[in-house]
Ligand binder design. Sequence first.
Ligand code: GYE
Length: 374
Amino acid sequence: MMIKKLINITNKKTKYKIPGRTLFCKTFLLICILAFVITGCGASSGENDEDQEAEQSKYLNVGFSQLGAESDWRVANTESIKESLSRTNGIELLFDDAQQKQDKQILAIRNFIQQEVDFIVLAPVTETGWDTVLQEAKDAEIPVIIVDRMVSVNDTYLYTAWVGSDFNKEAEIACEWLNKFTAAKGILASDLRIVDIQGTLGATAQIGRSNGLLYASKKYGWNIVASIPADYTQAKAKEVMQSLLKDHDDINVVYCENDNEAIGAIEAIEESGRKVGTDIKNGEILIISFDAAHSGLSKVLEGKIALDVECNPLQGESVLKLINEVKEGNDFQKYTYIEESAFTADDTVTNVDVDGEKYDITILTQEILDGREY
Ligand code: GYE
């Protein structure tokens, strides 16, 4: 290959007149190049290729299609997976960030298939639209592990396993807390004027969190003033909140579907001259959030986020375990749910009932915040 390439280059060059060179000079030059390639250079590059191949075959090749880097949660999720799927753990990781675009994720998966990776890990931006590409991975006999959000496919045999959070449960915890908290403060359900700053429409986290709020609003008689997506980003949530505040002067609860959105919403509220807090009767706006990343929990401790429901992004170890189990042909769990908590700085509500079970609400301390890894 290499020799052919050099001959071609040399041939190309001979088409041009080289001033002051004789045919003898040109032939001599060609012989020298060939000798160099065949002896020293050619041999060592072959050896290098072999060395590289031998080095790489020591590792399991895993392609990871991450949907983006839109939030603190996402950054922590990427870091966790990169840390676990490392050479130390026998894995060569190919990483692709799709910048929140499904077509980029599909392209990345096709590239991984072409490169004949051993496993594909996919954090899908939305639930639908994966059947074709996952069938392609299946045909290539590459196991696919889905992380975080789900894929909604005609047949679940298209993926090997899934690791993530129970988004319906997270929403139920948040809404049960709001119901108990407002009841304890003597606030009527019919007085609640809630806005939902949603995540990326069609993402499992958005579907679970938005639906949970809708369900509870019907159950308890709350008013949902508006539901607007902000793609889980601080900047978009700030814009959304600014326009909501202009259109509605009676908002008293903002249900943000992640911490970065909550931070953006708080900025907009404070810049408008209103206050965030739990004293709804005196005009404060109560903020609920999800993720409980360090940035969100700091706002809990400052009294600006009333409740932050945890969504744990540290999924790397579970993914590594699954990969090893599948590789060894051992039994494995098709669905793995990560354990999670919920945090508040106010001790009015210490637990809620979720699906007939008591669920503790953790009172956040500086010590918990200091120990937060993400
Ligand atoms: O809450 C948000 C992120 O899908 C659980 O996506 C994830 C969500 C998370 O951008 O911060």
